[in-house]
Design a protein around this ligand. Structure first.
Ligand code: SF4
Length: 351
């Protein structure tokens, strides 16, 4: 074994980087603040654009970390620089002498209840993209009762200065198109509407998915922002929107409204980042050394970043970023610790 690498966050980026660094011969310590690993992927049902099973993808990532020391329900409580390394105390009492730290703390989903005008948490039949994935996984949700008219609202908490996020979350247009098709499959007699500002479908096969949504599933795309949602006496929803193509106000009655909550910087990631002295940009995501040429290195030597800790990413981008971070860490450790000391015995407690 060579140096110790501590990875904070066992979502897809943390799992992929752990596997890569272990293959490179490093002693990897992976920590996760929740009780389970997998991050948002563990709560998702199917992935765009091909409908691949999220749990199959996660199982494959988990297989890769066989042998990695992984601690769930564990956070960093303090961290200090110790020469070229870091002395990190974990909430489970273990002290790690880490020669490099990789932050894969991911993202939080925007709290849809903050957009009060959409009625999440107020009206029974307003749910989020995450709620809908849980429904697809579990097969039931009392709020989803054979709906015949379903609406999706794009850009909830994204591209919205008032919500504190002016940037695009990158994945929610594709998620909305995927989920719209899935709802038509689940409820073949339903009508499905997507209310969007712009459709940002940039990846390979995404355009096919969008064309198929219209051609094969009859999903109707309406360019316009939803201004207000209210509840009718019978429990259905009334949506007021502006159709910006027709330049006309629009009222639509729906049985179910799905809010495409966007990505926000992770609150717990920010807390760990401040313990480690990481800098963030004004959008809340961590600053990298160079967004084009050096996107996995932070401004602090020995601290690296991967996945959505540095901004919204698709799953393939996240995994590629994690592998790139592993290469950068290998490069850094080879130069910083040419003797490749074995720190195995230094900072263990109870291993
Ligand atoms: S991906 Fe689409 S829904 Fe998501 S923030 Fe960007 S434009 Fe809005």
């Amino acid at each position: 074994m060579k140096n110790n690498v501590l990875i904070a966050g066992a979502g897809p980026a943390g799992l992929e980087a752990s596997a890569a660094l272990q293959r490179l011969g490093y002693n990897v310590i992976l920590i996760e603040r929740s009780e389970t690993i997998g991050g948002h992927l563990a709560r998702w049902d199917r992935l765009f654009p091909d409908g691949e099973s999220a749990s199959a993808a996660l199982d494959s990532l988990i297989e890769g970390i066989w042998g990695v020391k992984c601690f769930t329900d564990t956070e960093i409580t303090s961290a200090n620089r110790l020469g070229k390394s870091f002395n990190v105390i974990l909430s489970n009492g273990i002290i790690v002498h880490a020669d490099a730290v990789l932050m894969t703390t991911g993202f939080d989903l925007f709290e849809a209840s903050k957009k009060e005008e959409y009625g999440y948490g107020i009206y029974d039949h307003v749910i989020t993209n995450a709620d809908l994935e849980a429904f697809f996984r579990n097969g039931s949700d009392p709020r989803i009762n054979n709906p015949s008219r379903i609406g999706f609202v794009h850009c909830v908490g994204s591209r919205d200065e008032k919500a504190g996020c002016r940037s695009c979350s990158k994945v929610c247009c594709a998620t909305a198109v995927k989920q719209a098709c899935e709802m038509r499959q689940a409820f073949p007699n339903s009508q499905v509407y997507c209310f969007y500002m712009d459709l940002r479908l940039f990846g390979r096969h995404y355009e096919d998915m969008y064309l198929s949504a219209q051609r094969d599933y009859g999903v109707r795309f309406i360019r316009g922002r939803v201004a207000e949602v209210s509840e009718n006496l019978d429990g259905s929803l009334m949506i007021k929107a502006e159709d910006t193509v027709a330049s006309a106000p629009l009222k639509v009655s729906l049985d179910l409204l799905v809010l495409m909550a966007g990505m926000r910087p992770s609150v717990s990631g920010a807390r760990i980042g401040s313990l480690l002295g990481l800098q963030s940009e004004d959008d809340g995501y961590f600053r990298v050394m160079d967004g084009i040429l050096d996107a996995q290195r932070s401004t602090v030597p020995g601290l690296f970043l991967a996945g959505a800790a540095t901004g919204p990413k698709t799953l393939p981008e996240t995994l590629a970023d994690a592998r790139a971070a592993a290469v950068e860490i290998d490069k850094y450790l080879s130069v910083t610790f040419p003797e490749a000391k074995d720190f195995k015995q230094l900072m263990r407690k109870g291993w």
